[in-house]
Design a protein around this ligand. Sequence first.
Ligand code: FPP
Length: 247
Amino acid sequence: MFKEQLDHERIPSHVAVIMDGNGRWAKKHGKPRLEGHAQGAKAARGVVETAHKLGIKYITLYAFSLENWNRPEAEVCGLMSLLTSSIAREFNDLIKNNVRLLTIGDSSFLDENVRKEIDGVVNASAKNTGLTVVIALSYGSRNEILNASKKLLKKYEEKPFDISSLSEKDFADCLYTAQIPDPELLIRTSGEYRISNFLLWQISYSELYFTDTLWPDFSEEDFCKAIYDYQQRERRFGKTSEQILAE
Ligand code: FPP
């Protein structure tokens, strides 16, 4: 059991997850795609609980990409209503357990009622200091980076500054994730080896973990296995192994 083998001194503080494979899970079980997403929501709840128990500080879940708006209308509507209802229901409990909700993404595409419902949970949990669950909703990383550049240019228009002094931090402060540390670990399920426009800036030095497990089947043990795997790696950030060992 990987859960028992974890080093509790080296739990990552931020784990990001590309929850992929709901559609294939549904197909495999002869069920409609939305049933796959509903089972996916249950797996997400499980992972959030495990993250909370392990003392992870941030978990970012890729729930809906900007590109997902191009899916058939029935699937988009079904996913939106599943996301809204799951967040409202699950956070009833989670808020009491000191869990905070944040979202990242372009909320201008969201229906007014979806936005209101989710903002309600974000506001109600704003003072919580335990695990932060970040839902990437209507999110695209290139769009985030482009928007950050626009924000910087606008700032410059309002109050010119020395462009050559711009730092990585100045830029990162204009991303949706300004208040969130970069993930140490990125997990993608379902045997796909892609990043799919997710947190391109933020995962520069993240450890990547891929598994064939379809998202609805991703269990607490699977999550612990990913963290265990992460704990076996040496993170060098461009340095040599000897330098890291001497630190
Ligand atoms: C990818 O599977 C999954 C999504 C596009 C949606 C993710 C949503 C959930 C897991 C549901 C709820 C989540 C929360 C946070 C409450 P896919 O449809 O691309 O699968 P496929 O590649 O097998 O077709």
